[in-house]
Write a new protein. Structure first.
Lengths: 329, 330
């Protein structure tokens, strides 16, 4: 059977499985929205500072808030079918557009954090496995456990104290120098300078996970016959470790990386508020503070869809890597 | 009681299944079709279950786990004695603002921008962190084990439905859902605990389900079923005890995660506004990070060490309960 067919079959199965999950999430989302105290009209009236019963009524009519619940659910589903997540009265723009503005910021942050986490995690894990049971392994194990226990927002603040306040090397917040006219390479460097600290704070937790995972996976692969064969062939330990052990140990790590998208989104919420990074997380925080539940639940829905997409990607990648997955039973 | 059971057996054999509920007293089904007296005594002879003494010894020999246990006990003690050592509201103003640690003997760890005692805050913060950590874990374990064991034991459509629900909750990003839940139900220590339980039960349910599915087909479970034991007894007395080891390890990690979540929530100002928590102390100190970084540093240290202690305990438990892996480690 061709690899393409296998991948297509996996894709179809994954999508079919995702449909009821997405429906469930949408309905859960809607009822959470109903549970929220006060509605958009209350918020707007509160912001305006004065409102009459009539003007509140008019606002509710305008946003369809006076309909029975089931009608509102039907409206909500109808809007979703047109890819509309509703209208944010507070920002005065459609929620989809609002999220669209912020999504790239979060995605780049997450991508950079994931890259850092995997890179450092693999390095630490390989070192730990190479020195298994000896002093470097024990020390690094304790470090990994420490990373695992540190709250991301706190390490973010401590990094600001060290690198921004004391040393003055890196900016303490924001996403780029305001009013700068950098172009090309300079603009990328400027962007990266603003991203290093938030991405590191977000990555640290996952560094620990990947380091421990790599260590365990490598120790397991190490005792396999093909590794012994590689040594017997006369390959150097470095070549064996990188080409044979690490490569096989990568499989469980890619699986985990896909599963961490949801967790990273959650971590981004906190880290973005620390660094005033203009992303989804900050938007969520602002929405909570402004009691803008339409935006909040739009973010929840969209981030769930991101998680489903990430899982689908992992499934496909595995079907491609491992010929046993996706075969017809 | 025994005569009743006997009568019901005589009246109709179909009812013997209902009578089995009363078996808990004698612990054996009173069947007529087993004639050989030896068979019954052998079958029901109590097998002495080792009460985990080897595991306990292995756990206590592990220096890391021991350190975790000692530190956590210390934190629990701190939480207990907080109202005695620092009576009065830790949110109340007691001294000059911005005293650095060591500047004034009355406030060993200094005071914050409002003149509140940092050490008192840390002591009282331990209460809320441990309360939320333990309550959320207990609730999460309760729901997760119930759902997971039902799904794993019964299979079929029950499993299908429950797995769908688990999947929905696992797809929603944990922390985002947590923020939504807390924003909707006004924040208090209880609602925060419940919300953390809501986002953390699916993991337990998945794990329990997997364990139950694996154990369900084991010989001793099949034997129990063929002896006519009812489902609740098989679930609670045959399968659950054997599914516990991974759940115990998970529990310690769950407490750690719950403490981290609570601190992140209160850092963002979404925690209980009426109590002092390590997270809210960091949140308050955040604006002053350039001048008084100790205000964010100290509560963070408390979080790190408490969570680290729990993770060390989790690791130690894992090594003690899964000896297969511990050989590689040492």
């Amino acid at each position: 059977m061709s690899a393409l067919l296998r991948i297509l079959r996996t894709l179809r199965r994954t999508l079919l499985q995702a449909v009821p999950t997405i429906l469930g999430i949408i309905i859960l989302n809607f009822f959470l929205l109903q549970l929220a105290p006060g509605d958009a009209a209350d918020v707007m009236a509160g912001e305006a500072g004065s409102a009459t019963v009539e003007s509140m009524q008019a606002l509710r009519e305008r946003f369809g808030l006076d309909n029975p619940v089931l009608v509102q659910l039907a409206n909500y589903l109808g809007n979703l079918a047109q890819l509309s997540l509703g209208f944010s009265p507070r920002y005065g723009m459609p929620v989809t557009e609002l999220i669209g503005q912020r999504l790239p910021g979060t995605l780049t942050l997450m991508a950079m954090a994931l890259a850092i986490a995997i890179l450092i995690g693999l390095t630490l894990g390989s070192l730990m496995a190479a020195f298994s049971g000896r002093l470097p392994d024990r020390l690094l194990s304790i470090f990994a456990l420490l990373f695992y226990s540190v709250p991301g927002f706190w390490i973010g603040l401590m990094l600001i104290v060290l690198f921004s306040v004391t040393l003055g090397w890196l900016p303490s917040g924001g996403a780029g120098t305001i009013g700068s006219s950098y172009t090309g390479f300079a603009a990328v460097i400027d962007k990266a300078r603003y991203m290093v600290l938030p991405a590191t704070s977000l990555a640290l937790f996952y560094v620990a996970i990947y380091a421990r995972l790599t260590r365990a996976a490598m120790l397991e692969v190490k005792n396999q016959d093909f590794v012994r064969t590689a040594y017997a062939k006369g390959l150097s330990p470095v070549v064996v470790t990188v080409k044979h052990v690490l490569r096989n140990a990568l499989i469980p790590i890619t699986t985990m990386a896909g599963m961490h998208v949801g967790g990273m989104l959650g971590g981004a919420v906190v880290v973005e508020t620390v660094y005033s990074w203009p992303g989804l997380g900050r938007l969520a925080f602002e929405a909570v503070m402004g009691r803008d539940y339409t935006v909040l639940l739009g973010i929840l829905l969209l981030s769930s869809i991101l998680v489903i997409l990430a899982n689908a990607l992992v499934d496909i990648a595995q079907a491609w890597l491992d010929p046993r997955i996706g075969e017809q039973k | 009681m025994t005569t009743e059971t006997a009568v019901s057996h005589v009246v109709s054999s179909a009812q013997s299944r209902t009578a089995a509920t009363q078996l808990d007293k004698s612990e054996t089904p009173q069947w007529h079709n087993i004639k050989a007296p030896d068979a019954r005594t052998t079958r029901t002879a109590t097998v002495s279950v080792p009460a985990g003494r080897r595991e306990l010894a292995a756990f206590l020999r592990n220096p890391n786990a021991l350190f975790g246990l000692v530190f956590l006990s210390l934190m629990a003690l701190v939480a207990l004695i907080a109202p005695i050592v620092f009576p009065g509201d830790p949110l109340g103003m007691v001294g000059k603002p911005f005293l650095w640690p060591g500047q004034d003997a009355a406030f060993p760890l200094g005071t914050d921008s409002m003149g509140r005692n940092v050490l008192a805050g840390l002591f009282h913060g331990a209460r809320i962190s441990l309360f939320v950590g333990l309550t959320a874990t207990a609730l999460g374990l309760g729901v997760g084990i119930t759902v997971g064991s039902l799904a794993g034991y019964f299979g079929g459509w029950v499993d299908d439905v429950l797995v769908r629900i688990i999947e929905i909750f696992q797809t929603l990003p944990n922390f985002v859902l947590l923020v939504v839940l807390v924003a909707i139900a006004q924040p208090s220590a209880t609602t925060v605990s419940v919300a953390i339980a809501i986002v953390s039960w699916p993991m337990v349910a998945r794990l329990t389900r997997a364990e139950f599915r694996a154990i369900r087909e084991k010989d001793y479970v099949v034997a129990a079923r063929s002896l006519g034991f009812r489902h609740p007894r098989i679930i609670l007395k045959e399968i659950l005890p054997n599914a516990l080891p991974p759940l115990i390890v998970t529990a310690s990690v769950m407490v750690a995660t719950a403490i981290l979540m609570e601190s992140a929530l209160s850092f963002m100002g979404l925690g209980d506004p009426n109590v002092v928590s390590w997270g809210s102390m960091i949140g308050n100190g955040r604006e002053l990070i350039r001048t008084a970084w100790y205000l964010t540093f100290l509560p963070g240290l408390a979080i790190v060490f408490t969570v680290l202690a729990l993770n060390l305990i989790g690791d130690g438990l894992n090594d003690a309960l899964n000896p297969r892996f511990s050989e590689e480690r040492s």
